[in-house]
Design a protein around this ligand. Structure first.
Ligand code: DC
Length: 216
């Protein structure tokens, strides 16, 4: 089974790059951040205590989350347009830090990959924990200024506010005890602030072809 793991902080260009790498390689694309966002949405509408790890674990295990390409469904309802709001951005890292939530999501991610026979998987712990044996592991990063500006170009907003929100999430994602955000062993660190998206995609596809050639 061929897996390309693409991890990195918010705004590094993971989604754009992962989708294009999926097209170029013919592998299906899985956005694991969308899965955590679905659980955050489920907790938000029920007004649950997001700091209660057990309650968040129950929600994660009992919710039916289906993510395919850019469509995210929660209990068979398409909520793709609801999971990228400032409210969800605000709470998702807190919810994603709970081990019971992560255990449930990892199990679903591994099943998804088995069912699809491989894929390009973007997230925060894909190369470190979920698929440490991925044929290719990328840690995609960019300077904080570039990341904030990209988010503003995509969805509007105030650059200083977005930079602060990204910095807050970076801190939560990299300081949590369960699978903190960091480059996996043997990963290729790619800085998207100094290359165009096309260059980054070409580099990853070339690395993938080489890895498949070398290791099968
Ligand atoms: O990639 P994103 O911004 O949509 O991810 C949303 C949040 O989900 C992010 O703040 C951290 C969390 N996340 C995670 O902890 N592990 C993953 N594999 C993917 C996302």
């Amino acid at each position: 089974m061929r897996v390309i793991a693409i991890d990195g902080p918010a705004g590094a260009g993971k989604s754009t790059v992962a989708k294009q790498v999926a097209l170029a390689t013919g592998l299906p694309y899985l956005d694991t951040g969308a899965m955590y966002r679905c659980i955050a949405y489920a907790a938000d509408v029920r007004k649950l205590d997001i700091h209660n790890a057990e309650a968040m674990g129950v929600i994660a295990r009992e919710s039916k989350v289906d993510v395919e390409d850019t469509v995210a469904c929660l209990n068979d309802t398409d909520i793709s347009h609801l999971i990228r709001s400032p409210e969800i951005n605000q709470i998702v890292s807190v919810i994603a830090a709970h081990t019971p939530v992560r255990d449930a999501m990892r199990e679903q991610q591994r099943s998804w990959i088995s069912a699809h026979n491989g894929g390009v998987v973007e997230g925060r712990d894909i190369g470190t924990v979920v698929f440490p044996d991925a044929v290719l592991k990328i840690f995609l990063t960019a300077s904080p200024e570039v990341r904030a500006q990209r988010r503003v170009d995509q969805s509007g907003g105030d650059v200083a506010e977005i930079a602060a929100s990204i910095a807050h999430r970076d801190h939560l994602d990299s300081s949590r005890s369960d699978s903190p955000l960091r480059p996996a062993q043997h990963s290729h660190v790619v800085d998207s602030s100094i290359h165009t998206i096309d260059q980054v995609v070409t580099e990853i596809v070339t690395l993938f072809e080489k890895a498949v050639h070398d290791y099968g």
